[in-house]
Design a protein around this ligand. Structure first.
Ligand SMILES: Cc1cc2nc3c(=O)[nH]c(=O)nc-3n(C[C@H](O)[C@H](O)[C@H](O)COP(=O)(O)OP(=O)(O)OC[C@H]3O[C@@H](n4cnc5c(N)ncnc54)[C@H](O)[C@@H]3O)c2cc1C
Length: 411
């Protein structure tokens, strides 16, 4: 194959596309164009070990420069893909360079949702998506400082856990009535709220989002909608992300809450694929389209796209999974909630080890496992196979879960 591949973006999915193409025997040229100044890296540690100062930058990288050199992958960093000319199969980069392609892979990921409350442009107000964002936080991220986190999603809570350990005074403000309300059931939310409170984090749910940030150049306080003021040396906003579809949309590629792709990662243009956070894709296991923000999806879609290019197409069909680390707790989530009508708990929250099983009728559709790797691993398989359980038997902790799982898989 002497084809030319251009990858727009140099994040997790882009890095995996390059790796999988070479592993799949692709011998043409690969050019990866990324607007950040870093080789493809893992973002999860940004709100965990890297923020805590427990991980070196080198270890964030998915592959070192040597790998790209040895595998003849031309990585252009600090360079944006400005536009795609689908008719002529070219992209134009920030420097005005025009790159032609046989296949373009759009791997532009997602970007943070910004809030537009008064004062949100003050110094000391941060979002967390990139290595540079973590670096910008460090001067204020110091013991004794007042940190206000807006948004109690997994990133906000991970930052809270690291910050309280570092000795900051931490307040989390959430608009919804409970933490992580988009992803976990009330029982799991209540457990995490309790753990954070016990660690010293001031968690405030049901907060009116119409607050205001005050300060003279640098943020110094948050004034809530009821007029109460809270001191703030730093504010961290984590209210979700949006798919980065600007260059795709401008090129006329169909987007609807993400770049629309099929199960082979193909867009409506026969020479353009898309992978990772920026896509909206079908999942035959779940019977619907969805957009995911997870490393697993970025990696697996990248492998699918590489297989499509290498002429060995294999449809993407994965049960989504995700994790979050807070204190000594590893929360692992598999499947998607929403269509459940019942949640069955196994284990004991007081022992910081339990799992919540989401059932739609008697079918298992999702699991939140807290320090329960075995339940998590088995549940991936159970959900993929549409396993069914009697809720009473599932909730009976005198019965071994592995035996229950084996029986359900055999049924
Ligand atoms: C703090 C944090 C913690 C996370 N924790 C977890 C976790 O615990 N578990 C988990 O599964 N997932 C986690 N995620 C999500 C996970 O990191 C993402 O799902 C994953 O990075 C998606 O990979 P991607 O390659 O699709 O997108 P990205 O990693 O966002 O990469 C896209 C890249 O493309 C670049 N780009 C965009 N437009 C252009 C353009 N026009 N030209 C050139 N470059 C462009 C962007 O700057 C970016 O570098 C976390 C994310 C963050 C931010």
């Amino acid at each position: 194959m002497s084809e030319k591949i251009v990858i727009a973006g140099a994040g997790h999915a882009a890095g995996q596309v390059a790796v999988s193409l070479r592993q799949g025997g692709f011998s043409g040229t690969i050019t990866m164009v990324g607007e950040e100044a870093y080789l493809p890296y893992q973002r999860p540690p940004l709100s965990k070990a890297y923020l805590a100062g427990e991980m070196e930058l080198d270890r964030l990288l998915i592959r070192q420069q040597k790998f790209y050199d040895e595998h003849d992958v031309d990585v252009r960093l600090s360079t944006r893909v400005e536009s795609i000319d689908a008719a002529n199969r070219t992209v134009t980069s920030g420097g005005g360079e025009v790159l032609s392609y046989d296949w373009l892979v759009i791997a532009t990921g997602s970007h943070v949702r910004r809030v537009s409350i008064p004062g949100s442009d003050l110094a000391g107000v941060h979002y967390l998506r990139t290595i540079d964002d973590v670096r910008a936080m460090q001067p204020d991220f110091q013991p004794g400082k007042n940190l206000i986190i807006i948004g109690a999603g997994y990133i906000g809570l991970e930052v809270a856990a690291v910050a309280i350990k570092r000795g900051l005074r931490v307040t989390v403000r959430e608009m919804a009535d409970r933490v992580m309300n988009r992803v976990v059931c009330p029982e799991v939310s209540a457990f995490f709220e309790r753990v954070h409170r016990e660690a010293g984090v001031d968690i405030r749910c049901n907060r009116n989002p119409n607050s205001e940030l005050l300060g003279d150049g640098h943020v110094s306080a948050l004034r809530a909608a009821d007029g109460t003021e809270f001191p703030a040396d730093m504010v961290c906003i984590g209210v979700g992300v949006l798919p980065t579809t600007d260059i795709a949309e401008a090129a006329g590629i169909k987007c609807d809450d993400g770049v629309l792709v099929d199960e082979f990662c193909r867009t409506g243009d026969p020479h353009i694929l898309a992978v990772g956070d920026c896509t909206n894709h079908p999942n035959s296991l779940l019977g619907r389209r969805l957009r995911l923000e997870s490393v697993h999806n970025a990696q697996e879609q990248a492998k699918t796209a590489a297989a499509t290019i290498c002429g060995q197409p294999k449809p993407y069909a994965q049960v989504p999974w995700f994790w979050s680390d807070q204190y000594d707790l590893k929360l692992q989530i598999v499947g998607l909630t929403g269509e459940h009508d019942q949640v069955v708990l196994r284990g004991d929250p007081d022992e910081r080890s339990f799992a919540a099983f989401y059932l739609a009728g008697d079918r298992l559709i999702a699991v939140d496992a807290i320090n329960r790797p075995r339940e998590f691993m088995l549940s991936k398989k159970l959900i993929a196979q549409g396993a069914r359980f009697d809720p009473e038997i599932l909730g009976d902790t005198s019965l071994d879960f592995k035996e229950l799982a084996t029986a359900a898989l055999a049924a």
